[in-house]
Design a protein around this ligand. Structure first.
Ligand SMILES: Cc1cc2nc3c(=O)[nH]c(=O)nc-3n(C[C@H](O)[C@H](O)[C@H](O)COP(=O)(O)OP(=O)(O)OC[C@H]3O[C@@H](n4cnc5c(N)ncnc54)[C@H](O)[C@@H]3O)c2cc1C
Length: 392
């Protein structure tokens, strides 16, 4: 565990150790999940959920007065990093409700959706992306039409992660009329609701229990108080979510890299070829050394970005730096997974091997919450506006 470096405090080390313990307890279930479409026995899931509560790892990002753990961003990174040393998204059991929602939810929305989410009784999903609108969120064609005390929502959303099992969904659409016609707005849709239909559930590269279906919203009628914030605010929430989630993607990739480097090092010490452990072979040493170096660089960068947010850095600087962390760490994790598969040789191509699973699972980290290309666009934009000293 990276406790001896990076200037972590006793409180940081304590929460890091609790998350590491949880991950160690989840690891024995990875292969079962892999061989079973990502699913585990519900009784096992209940126990894991109880363990998250017991270890004080629930809603780590939510302020204490709202029922969460109120951790710093650095501590949240430490938790996500350690909990996600496991494959098959088993670490997602450490749930993090939408922090941005705490700032805009009405009292009624807090009581009905936020509080049960913080208690871990329900969870949300996000319906933003469409067939013709992914990188360019502004290209969405989903609509919201005001009709008396209601809004009528229409649109077909893609890749709606965790829709299966979600209690409600954040649905982003463009307003058809009124003072904010053409602007974005975000709505809460209770699940299930009349007019909400799964079109199909495609298979993806990873094997996890969270599905990403294509979902049609057909004349879904929601009360006006299901609007989140004000009309025209929709994009602001997406940006707040992106900043948070990009940093946490970097954290999760760090956990994967740490596990891969640990497992590859142990394997290289044990595996004897032509009478010598392969760790004595210079080409294998070079692969391990490159992986460890990438991990150290990625970790140093991610912790620094988190500390900057804790210090209250300007929001635009946060935007650029979380993009940098997501870009660099997700790309590095992909390189490490590829290299570690190589170190394991034929074993690295078996689904029962951690490197094989991470090799597939980490691929999406370069795609979701903004592709690597989009992160570069954001970084270059801030570079042009503020100069390198402001963001690096
Ligand atoms: C497993 C998974 C889960 C997801 N979960 C969710 C979810 O829960 N909710 C949700 O709303 N969305 C979700 N998404 C959608 C995800 O955020 C998008 O897939 C992602 O933002 C990319 O959009 P796209 O797939 O439409 O790619 P496109 O936008 O079609 O991009 C295609 C290619 O063009 C490149 N490109 C596009 N624009 C530019 C540019 N300006 N400059 C340079 N290159 C560019 C891209 O980098 C990419 O290489 C999920 C996706 C996946 C794969």
């Amino acid at each position: 565990m990276p406790g001896s470096t990076h200037g972590l405090t006793a409180a940081d080390l304590d929460v890091q150790a609790r998350a590491r313990l949880l991950a160690d307890e989840l690891m024995p279930y990875e292969v079962e999940a892999e061989m079973n479409g990502g699913e585990l026995d519900p009784a096992v899931l209940d126990k894991q959920h109880a363990r998250v509560l017991e270890l004080g790892l629930a809603a780590t990002n939510i302020p204490i007065e709202l029922g969460g753990q109120g951790l710093t961003f650095l501590q949240q990174v430490l938790v996500q990093e350690q909990a996600n040393r496991v494959t098959n998204a088993l670490g997602w059991i450490v749930f993090t409700p939408p922090l941005w929602f705490t700032e805009v939810a009405t009292d009624a929305q807090r009581e009905r959706w936020l509080a049960p989410t913080v208690r871990g009784e329900t969870h949300e999903c996000y319906a933003i992306t469409e067939e013709g609108a992914g990188s360019d969120v502004d290209a969405i064609v989903a609509t919201a039409r005001r009709d008396g005390d209601l809004y009528v929502l229409d649109g077909v959303k893609w890749h709606v992660t965790s829709f299966n099992g979600a209690g409600y969904c954040f649905f982003q659409a463009k307003l058809t009329d009124g003072a904010h016609a053409g602007e974005h707005a975000m709505f809460i849709v209770e699940l299930p609701s009349p007019g909400v239909r799964v079109v199909r559930t495609p298979a993806y590269s990873h094997t996890i229990s969270h599905h990403h279906p294509i979902v049609a919203f057909e004349s879904v009628r929601v009360p006006a108080d299901h609007l989140v914030g004000a009309e025209g605010d929709g994009m602001n929430f997406a940006y707040a979510w992106f900043r948070y989630e990009r940093l946490m993607i970097a954290a999760r990739c760090l956990g994967a890299m740490e596990r891969l480097v640990e497992e590859a090092t142990e394997f290289a010490k044990d595996r004897v070829v032509s009478g010598r452990p392969i760790i004595e072979l210079q080409q294998v040493q070079a692969m391990l050394a490159d992986c460890a170096t990438e991990l150290f660089a990625a970790r140093s960068m991610t912790y620094e970005v988190a500390r900057n947010i804790d210090r209250g850095a300007d929001v635009k600087v946060q935007h650029a730096q979380t993009s940098m962390a997501k870009l660099y760490v997700s790309e590095a994790a992909g390189r490490v997974a590829d290299t570690v598969v190589q170190i394991f040789g034929g074993r690295g191509y078996m689904r029962e091997n951690v490197a094989e699973r991470f090799f597939r699972e980490l691929r999406v980290e370069r795609i979701w919450e903004g592709t690597s290309e989009i992160q570069r666009v954001i970084i270059a934009d801030q570079l042009a506006r503020r100069g390198p000293r402001a963001i690096t």
